[in-house]
Ligand binder design. Sequence first.
Ligand SMILES: Cc1ncc(COP(=O)(O)O)c(C=O)c1O
Length: 368
Amino acid sequence: MRIPLIKPFIDERVKRRVLDVLESGYLAEGPVTAELETICRDYIGCGHVVAVSSCTVGLEMALRCLHVGPGDEVIVPDYTYPATADAVALVGARTIIVDVDPDTMLIDYDALEAAIGSRTKAVIPVSLFGNPLDYDRLLEIKNRHGIYILEDAACALGAEYRGRKVGSFSDITVFSLHPRKFITTGEGGLLATDRDSWADWLRSYKKFGMETGKDRAGTVFRRIGTNYKLSDVLAAIGLGQMESVKRLLEERRYLAEKYIRLLKDTGAIRLPKTTTGGRHSFQSFCIFTPKRDEILLELRRKGIEVQIGTYSLHLQPAFASSSQCEHRNGFSGSNFAYSHCMTLPLYHGMSEGKQREVVEAIVSCLGN
Ligand SMILES: Cc1ncc(COP(=O)(O)O)c(C=O)c1O
């Protein structure tokens, strides 16, 4: 596409980092992945970060770590990428799907609280598109009902709430490093937690259940595990990008502000709301528009890569009501987002001219 949705940030430092790994001859998970974990931990401001091969496996691991399984219920928002709910099904728990707020597209906190029952073990709220959750509300609910908050922050690296970064509020927070994210390792994910014992469990589980003592002879396999490691080759990309994370995020916010000004001048487009007290990372820049599908096709025809926001789970065959999946109440918020939300191109180095072109193309479609 002539104007892409996002471009990975690959500068000379990123290339050097990858080449260093290739030249070292050690390509599996090792010291570079450990360095990425440390730099991300310090950036987020949490106790531990564990790198894994994707956000989806990270969510599954987090549920296993919290002993969520058959007989338990986990509440998820209807408007999200299906991976949020896939993780629940993968561990054999029952998925309870609730609506989202039509303005923020984040989980409806009243619907969430109403859905909590005696079998509810956890909720997976999603800081969707980089819009942080209302953690004051969530933590009140957690304290009232004693459930875990396992956050799907796939798109929210760098987002903040009341001056603290996403990743420092929930019991376990999982980020994605997929190439649609501004910090990417090609494929990858990060788990953030403050609890030492959970971090130890996650590190062991992703490495076949291994626990390593001071020397090789001290290695034992403590539990059944798997291989969800992130190789040093991939970690090197993210590590190189993390050196520029502040600048890259500032640029995303600057470009988002520019879109907001340009769109305001048109008077035709409504924007989603950012959570009160939150600072959006604008991983995705979303608008609400009528004639969304027509506009989407017309912009793509013009070489402008636009995308729907994300999906309504209750409309996907995989999450139709069954013994393992239950829909609670109506989905008016999610239905609205699924039919009106569109994501605009926003990438490092995007010129004002290109942003104007995107906005003018939308306005021209709306006028027709
Ligand atoms: C909300 C949400 N959760 C989970 C995922 C899955 O992330 P990954 O591709 O790293 O597994 C995505 C992907 O974009 C997402 O948007």
